[in-house]
Design a protein around this ligand. Structure first.
Ligand code: GCV
Length: 650
């Protein structure tokens, strides 16, 4: 099968004097994933060495690894004590040991030899999840990396790639995955019935071996579409019985099934509103059905009116998740988690952090990000998202005293996956930095985005300094560059409708999706302060004061929160219009610079990767130019204000 091992493709160690790798462990661990990982790594790192079990053969030409489960450690916790000859790895369970093995192998791979170190770690976020938007026909909603490797031609697939997927995800720290699209379509009938039973069991067991809990998206209307009932009313006793039986069968045969992810009453998906019920009624009904099996219902808050009249200036999509869920705080069962998108709109390159994180004192919350770069260049543009994710998790809501950062409020984090069945899993090698970095950050929030990038570069490209420096520069500056040449000052959208790629400033302006920029000849932006839609008042007083006034609002969010004239002066000292012109010229130049940096690495990166990334950079530069010229031209024509530097604006 044609797929890359990504960061698990180990190189031979510099010092290969060891002729034996001896693994010593209790009987129970002998068949564990941890042992498999050591064997896999030994084949690459010490190709001459033989792997043995018997520690009495230990001598100077041997390297001994002792694996132990210590019940006093928590399940995912591990301890490593490594020296040049012996390493002891203890974990709270086979999964703690596995995480310890990955940490040991990562350190060994980065150093190129066995080194002495000790490490003790408990993962930062308890639930570290990927959401795949995969469909049964093999397509992936917002997928930019080929087709699904979970589903092919209507079948669920488990093969060598699935094994590699589990290894890659576990090594990055992921411990939960949702295998199908939240827009469930026909899949519920297979997932909830017997038709995938054997393969689903196989997949579930494979994932369990790597510490990855399985979640699926059911269809809220499954009692009708799968069960043949006339209603899916969450308070109807027949509906409740149907779900109870369905869950009993599913969870008894799949011990690693951890629950459901549900998109209800959102963008046309069925939900409790059809029966005059609210989201708590819907979520709690399912929560009770999965409760006997320790299951969890993850319920999405991405709920808004997607049939808005653009003339209606009162309705504000940004308000809707809070307006819908805040009144329900305290009404959800304890095995329900609300999944909140990082911003109030939809994964734009810049949005304020959702006010719901600070608003739900009595409800379990998760944050949702999108690694699939739907609005950030669709994996044709390089946009390293880890700095943004880190910044959002560190965002202070000013609502909960000391522990008021998003990362501390939530009990888990999910991200829409950016994977598919292409050779390098993510369409382009550089987008794999987001997959790796997301997992690593949730596993260890003390790491900086830069440290994670450096780790990923070394594991992916080796230790060449020029490659390291140039790829690091590209990654670390990529988000700003993309923001600069696309949508200014938090305005959002301005992309082509439906496929969300490339510029179209008025593409969504007169449409039903509630995503307007309201630009005219005098001013631009949506007034969301207290005098406008009032969205800013959904935050704590500190943030409401910050965002609610034009004077205080941070520049990068100004047009999200306020409608201002083009001549309005930013804190930077520039006018809004001049900022737009400058950032668009600078962002485009950055894209050209990234492409030139990559070109200069031709002799240092393998041919396939070089060509793949080069092709993407060609497209990024082309598209960045389009963004620059169309956005500048749009605002120039509307405002009639010239660029003070006299550059050509079409
Ligand atoms: C899965 C956006 C995307 C949709 C996606 C939706 C969601 O609107 O464009 O493709 O649907 O978000 O998060 O549910």
């Amino acid at each position: 099968m044609d797929f890359s091992k990504l960061w698990l493709g180990y190189k031979q160690l510099e010092d290969c004097s060891k002729k034996r790798l001896i693994i010593s462990c209790e009987h129970d661990l002998k068949d564990s994933a941890a042992v498999d990982e050591l064997k896999n790594a030994a084949a690459d790192m010490m190709p001459e060495a033989i792997v043995l079990w018997r520690s009495e053969l230990f001598d100077d030409a041997s390297y001994l690894i002792v694996l132990t489960v210590k019940p006093e450690l928590s399940r995912e916790e591990y301890d490593i004590a490594a020296s040049d000859n012996i390493t002891e790895i203890c974990g709270g369970s086979d999964i703690g040991v596995l995480y310890g093995v990955y940490a040991f192998l990562r350190r060994t791979a980065l150093e190129g030899r066995f080194v002495s170190f000790t490490e003790h770690h408990i993962p930062s976020q308890p639930l570290r999840m990927l959401n795949h938007w995969d469909n049964s026909d093999g397509s992936i909603e917002r997928g930019y990396s080929g087709n699904s490797f979970f589903f092919r031609d209507g079948e669920l697939v488990v093969d060598q790639r699935t094994v590699m997927y589990a290894r890659l995800m576990a090594s990055a720290g992921i411990n939960a995955t949702v295998i199908n699209n939240v827009n469930v379509r026909g899949l519920a009938k297979h997932l909830l019935s017997e038709s995938y039973a054997d393969t689903l069991t196989e997949l579930s067991e494979l994932l369990r071996r790597y510490g990855i809990k399985l979640f699926i998206c059911p269809d809220f209307a499954a009692p009708i579409t799968v069960g043949g009932l006339e209603s899916a009313d969450p308070l109807d006793v027949n509906v409740i019985n149907w779900w109870t039986q369905c869950c009993s069968r599913l969870f008894s045969s799949l011990p690693n099934l951890a629950g459901f992810l549900v998109k209800a009453d959102s963008e046309g998906q069925p939900g409790p509103f059809a029966y005059g019920r609210d989201h708590a009624d819907g979520a709690n009904m399912l929560a009770k059905a999965v409760k006997p099996y320790g299951g969890t219902i993850i319920w999405r808050c991405f709920v808004y009116n997607c049939t808005q009249d653009w003339r209606d200036e009162k309705t504000d999509r940004a308000r809707s998740a809070y307006d819908c869920f805040k009144p329900l705080d305290g009404k959800f069962d304890d095995n329900v988690i609300l999944q909140v998108k990082n911003g109030p709109m939809d994964f734009q390159v810049r949005e304020p952090v959702s006010p719901l994180f600070g608003a739900m004192d009595k409800t379990n919350l998760m944050a949702e990000f999108q690694l699939a770069q739907e609005y950030t260049g669709q994996q044709k543009h390089v946009v390293y998202l880890v700095p943004m994710i880190k910044e959002i998790l560190a965002h202070k809501t000013h609502c909960k005293g000391e522990n008021d950062e998003v990362g501390k409020i939530v009990c888990g984090v999910a991200a829409v996956a950016n994977t598919g069945d292409d050779h390098c899993w993510t369409g382009t090698e550089l987008a794999a930095a987001n997959l790796y970095g997301y997992g690593r950050l949730l596993f260890d929030e003390s790491l900086s985005a830069e440290q994670i990038a450096e780790e990923w570069i070394a594991l992916t490209f080796g230790d060449d300094k020029e490659v390291h420096d140039k790829v690091l520069e590209i990654l670390m500056e990529s988000h700003k560059a993309y923001e600069d040449y696309t949508v200014p000052l938090g305005l959002g959208w301005m992309c082509k409708p439906n496929n969300h790629y490339g510029p179209d400033p008025w593409g969504y302006e007169f449409d039903r999706w509630g995503t307007y920029n309201r630009a005219d000849r005098d001013a631009v932006g949506v007034e969301r302060g207290p005098e406008g839609t009032g969205y800013s008042t959904q935050y704590s007083k500190e943030l409401a004061d910050l965002y609610g006034s034009v004077e205080n609002c941070p520049d990068e969010l100004l047009l999200f929160f306020h409608r201002v004239p083009y001549t309005h002066k930013l804190h930077s000292g520039k006018t809004v219009i001049q900022h737009i012109y400058d950032t668009h010229f600078e962002g485009f130049e950055k894209a050209e610079h990234f492409a030139a940096l990559w070109d200069s690495l031709e002799s240092k990166v393998d041919e396939k990767t070089f060509a793949n990334v080069k092709e993407r950079f060609n497209e990024q530069v082309r598209c960045a130019k389009e963004w620059r010229d169309i956005i500048n031209c749009f605002f120039h024509r509307l405002s009639g204000i010239d660029d003070e530097k006299g550059r050509k604006i079409y």
